[in-house]
Unconditional design. Structure first.
Length: 698
């Protein structure tokens, strides 16, 4: 009677093993491609990610069912659609973003015509290139770990493609790829240490939309919601005690031109002509010495702690980046700063900026768009003509007006929030809408309104952007400043005192400035669960990871041209420079070539004892004139020797016979370890005896 119990369902391992090899290898390659594409999803167009996922799923379904691949015209249609969507999205088919979009789509399309090994090789190398492009966007430790895993997976797929016969396991392919990767690590290390460091040729500014961070322009009310970017922007290490967080103002772009919606920096050529601005900073008190480690800000302005005592026009070089001090106290570079920098500077907490200036010099800082924001202008005019300000002299009036505006912010039911909503949908007068109607905003709203009002009262004013504050707890002695500490404040000019700082955000949300308490969005489920278990667990985990990432940056990303020259100095070069680096590279290449030749020769040499003995014996026999062939046995060679030389060949013939018996007849007595040396000596003696016999003949 048959067993009525149902047959056990096959395990996942059994199902996988039952797949045809082509299906299994194709599914594995598709999974590798998905892993290579996944980290690019945050900057790819949504349609690109969706279409790529659909094509990979389609190709996987075809492989699973063993169905035929789509025809050529279907692929041409999808390619045309890809080109059109890329053009509509990026308005070009060239450049970084458009190029990566096309690369992802072409790789996905190529999987739909995997008909031969050469098609797979194209996909492999597209995958390697796609992995490399990730470093356009991130060079973090996570990106490095992801790169290593993706390269390993691509090499495993490549090994599978190079094994055309049988059913090689994925484990075998992965092990082979890992071994080959380990063999390549020394070369990779040499390339890392010696490859010339040059400034990136692809440095393109990338301004984040809807996140905190620095930008070289400020668009009032353009974002309805802003998210705090918790990535580290810079680290500060002070020679002495760190100053309070409330005094940490790190100066970035200065914005002076306003068109009613956007604040922009003034052209350097115009601002730099002001005689008063050339006076720069008059410092007071002792300096604060510090070291800054700056992550790439991707703008042309180098943020520095206020205030650095250097005259406008002063040159400065950080690594290979040439900087110049502009008249509005910014350090500007000729190109966006796309590399990590570490430098030392001095800052003065007390300073006077341009204490005297002519009306012509200050007129650009009073300019306003004609007819814009009439209600705010009227409010400012009414404030200016209050009797309490009529008795003040020119030096006391601007600070008094600024204090009145800040007091109105403090008591006027204004709210500091990350979700103010979008301005300008009801009226084009954005500051009117903010000042009178909505009263919601973050630092850019308060700074913009303050500067507009001060200019409406004929007081020169401008916006300064940068960073304010830092994390409460240091990390390894470093004060950590994040992108979430990005800030905008104002400066207004006062006769005899110069440019004075005013921070309108501090009037509305004093904890933002005094204690560096930034607003945080509502935590997610995981963050809430961790906070329930331990309130500071998430903070400790983040600090631990950031410390690990800092070491990665110090040892790997911060390995610069000067680091290479330092290595040359330690190796004995008296004057480390480009020529010395070229000499070292040439020497290393020569050693690598010699090592490769030696390795090749050693690999070609037989490694088992019997084969070496056979080759050595054949060489000795051919010297004696015996036509020894590889297919002949040692016993046959012994017979050839005896047949030609008779009793004189007894010595080498016996040795050959012993070899034959030990190798093929299972002789109990093994051959001595010096058999080859004995055979060579016996052959030399035979050649000597034969030569003597021939001489003795008449």
């Amino acid at each position: 009677m048959a067993d009525p119990s149902p047959a056990p369902s096959p395990t996942r391992r059994q199902v996988s093993g039952a797949l045809p090899r082509e299906t299994r290898d194709t599914l594995f390659l598709l999974a590798v491609i998905a892993a290579c594409v996944a980290p690019h999803a945050d900057h790819l167009p949504i349609w690109c990610s969706v279409v790529t996922a659909l094509m990979l799923l389609w190709r996987g379904a075809l492989a699973w069912r063993g169905a035929a691949l789509p025809g050529r015209w279907s692929l041409v249609l999808v390619l045309g659609l890809t080109l059109a969507l890329t053009w509509l999205t990026h308005r070009t088919l060239l450049g970084r973003e458009a190029g990566i979009t096309m690369l992802v789509m072409l790789m996905a399309l190529k999987t739909l015509e995997l008909r031969a090994r050469r098609d797979a090789f194209v996909v492999f190398f597209l995958g390697f290139f796609l992995v490399l492009t990730r470093y356009f966007f991130s060079q973090s430790l996570l990106s490095g770990m992801w790169t290593l895993l993706c390269v390993w997976a691509l090499l495993s797929a490549l090994v599978l493609a190079q094994l055309p016969l049988g059913q090689p396991s994925l484990k075998l392919a992965a092990r082979t790829a890992a071994v080959n990767t380990l063999w390549g690590l020394p070369v990779m290390l040499l390339l890392f240490l010696l490859f010339p460091r040059i400034a990136p040729l692809w440095g393109v500014p990338s301004e984040s939309v809807g996140q905190t961070g620095l930008s070289e322009q400020l668009v009032f009310g353009a974002m309805s919601e802003i998210a705090n970017d918790e990535r580290i922007a810079l680290r500060l290490r002070f020679d002495g005690p760190a100053p309070p967080a409330s005094t940490l103002y790190i100066r970035g772009p200065v914005l002076s031109d306003f068109d009613g919606k956007t604040w922009r920096p003034r052209p350097a050529a115009l601002v730099g002509l002001a005689e008063a601005e050339r006076q720069g900073v008059r410092v007071q008190g002792p300096p604060t010495n510090y070291q800054m480690t700056l992550e790439p800000p991707r703008i042309k302005v180098l943020p520095t702690l206020e205030f650095a005592a250097a005259a406008p026009g002063t040159p400065w070089a950080v690594d290979d980046l040439a900087l110049q001090r502009s008249s509005d106290l910014q350090w500007r570079a000729e190109r966006p700063i796309t590399e990590r920098l570490r430098f030392r500077q001095q800052a003065y907490a007390r300073a006077t900026l341009s204490a005297s200036a002519s009306a012509a010099d200050l007129s650009p800082f009073k300019a306003l768009p004609p007819g814009s924001n009439p209600r705010t202008r009227t409010w400012a005019n009414d404030l200016r003509h209050q009797p309490r300000f009529d008795v003040l002299d020119a030096g006391a009036l601007p600070p008094a007006l600024a204090a009145a505006v800040l007091e109105h912010l403090r008591t006027g039911d204004y709210l500091y929030t990350l979700t103010p909503g979008r301005y300008g949908e009801v009226t084009p007068d954005l500051i009117d809408e903010f000042w009178f109607d909505r009263r919601l905003g973050f630092c850019e709203h308060f700074a913009s309104a303050f500067v507009f009002i001060m200019r409406s009262m004929s007081v020169p004013a401008r916006i300064v952007t940068g960073y304010q504050g830092a994390d409460e707890l240091p990390q390894d002695g470093d004060i950590v400043v994040r992108n979430s500490h990005a800030h905008a404040w104002a400066e207004y000019w006062t006769p005899g005192q110069g440019w004075l700082r005013a921070d309108p955000t501090a009037a509305v949300a004093p904890n933002r400035v005094l204690r560096s308490q930034i607003l945080q969005p509502a935590p997610g489920f995981v963050a809430s669960a961790l906070a329930t278990l331990s309130p500071d667990l998430l903070l400790r985990l983040r600090h631990g990871w950031e410390n690990i990432n800092k070491h990665w940056q110090d040892w790997v990303l911060n390995y610069s041209r000067q680091s290479q020259f330092d290595v040359l100095g330690k190796l004995g070069w008296a004057q480390p420079d480009w020529q010395a680096l070229g000499q070292l590279i040439s020497l290393v290449l020569a050693l690598l070539i010699v090592a490769a030749w030696v390795w090749t020769q050693w690999q070609q040499r037989p490694h088992d004892r019997w084969t070496r003995m056979r080759l050595d014996a054949m060489r000795q026999l051919r010297k004696l004139g015996i036509p020894a062939a590889p297919h002949q046995s040692p016993a046959h060679w012994a017979a050839l020797l005896t047949g030609r030389f008779g009793a004189q060949a007894q010595g080498p013939a016996v040795l050959l016979t012993d070899w034959h018996l030990a190798r093929y007849a299972g002789a109990a007595t093994p051959l001595p370890g010096n058999w080859t040396r004995q055979f060579k000596r016996a052959c030399r003696m035979l050649a000597s005896d034969t030569s003597s016999t021939q001489k003795d003949k008449p």
